[in-house]
Design a protein around this ligand. Structure first.
Ligand code: NAD
Length: 292
């Protein structure tokens, strides 16, 4: 099986890398933090001392970083991925970043003879752990086929959204809808509880009624309603509020470029901005319930 380099072992990257190991891919990993490297080493990965050391002999490079600036600097910087990867390697960025940043990095990669796709994911940390993520790919059909065996080891659904950057556009539309749905779900449960209905009973009713959505089905924001949701572990782990704020900012940028109004997306961004400024940016995005 083709050797893979995996860089960025956070809440999402670490479980994705573990699934590649389980599927039998030889894996070389790098992160700025020591703890996830230790976990991956225990599971059988080789730990690299730098990004250059991680990618030097890999056929496939996968990155899972917080935001555009991290991706730009890791790929384009001195001793970065493009300066160090094996000629002809396949580069897969799974981070959620601006479509323009994805296109810039892919163009620089292509100019050097690499093949690159943007492949942001949906499905949360639960999907990353279970290997059931949805990959939303931007790039050529041939590049997607090269990536398919590795993506299949980490996910269940693989969509081809279009050319370079299209994966990021589709992902941002999805996450804007997710942010709006989370806020709507929080408001509905808060209203029900304030009016005397039990949060779990109300959630079960809405999950089988026309208000049904992903946050009600697998990610309930009310503590104790769903054991596996971040709300039931003090909003730790999961999808950080600052990452949701970042995605709503990307949606605002895309809306400006496309001259497309997004009234609810803009309101959701403002509410997450206030939540972050109140010091809750590191908590899961369902923690907005505590502010609402
Ligand atoms: P995270 O903050 O938990 O992890 C990011 C990791 O990248 C950290 O371990 C950090 O040390 C590492 N890192 C940063 N810069 C680095 C560098 N230069 N070299 C090596 N490592 C570096 O973030 P996450 O929750 O894993 O999310 C990663 C991406 O996936 C984000 O773009 C996010 O929007 C997206 N995403 C997250 C979720 C989720 O539920 N958490 C779901 C879908 C998509």
């Amino acid at each position: 099986m083709q050797p893979i380099a995996f860089i960025g072992l956070g809440n999402m990257g670490a479980p994705m890398a573990l699934n590649l190991l389980k599927a039998g891919f030889p894996l070389r990993v790098f992160d700025l933090a020591a703890e996830p490297l230790r976990r991956l080493a225990e599971a059988g990965a080789q730990v690299a001392s730098s990004p250059a050391d991680a990618v030097a002999s890999a056929e496939i490079v996968i990155t899972m970083l917080p935001a555009s600036k991290h991706v730009r600097s890791l790929y384009l910087g001195d001793a970065g991925v493009l300066a160090s990867a094996k000629p002809g390697a396949l580069l897969i960025d799974c981070s959620t970043i601006a479509a323009d940043a994805a296109r810039d990095v892919a163009a620089a990669a292509t100019a050097l003879g690499y093949t690159m796709i943007d492949a942001p994911v949906s499905g949360g940390t639960g999907g990353a752990t279970a290997g059931t993520l949805t990959f939303i790919v931007g790039g050529t059909a041939e590049a997607l086929e090269r990536a398919r065996p590795a993506l299949s080891a980490m996910g269940k659904n693989i969509f081809h959204a279009g050319g370079s950057g299209a994966g990021q556009v589709a992902k941002i539309c999805n996450n804007m809808l997710l942010g709006v749905q989370m806020i709507g779900t929080i408001e509905a449960i808060n209203l029900g509880v304030a009016s005397g209905v039990d949060a779990k009973v109300l959630s079960e009713i809405m999950a089988k009624s026309s208000g049904r959505n992903w946050t009600l089905e697998v990610y309930n924001p009310w503590p104790g309603v769903m054991e596996t949701a971040p709300a039931s572990r003090g909003y730790a782990g999961g999808f950080g509020s600052d990452l949701m704020l970042k995605d709503l900012g990307l949606a605002a940028e895309a809306a400006e470029t496309a001259q497309q109004p997004i009234a609810l997306g803009a309101l959701a961004r403002e509410l997450y901005k206030q939540h972050s400024e109140a010091g809750h940016g590191a908590l899961d995005f369902s923690s907005l319930r505590e502010q609402a």
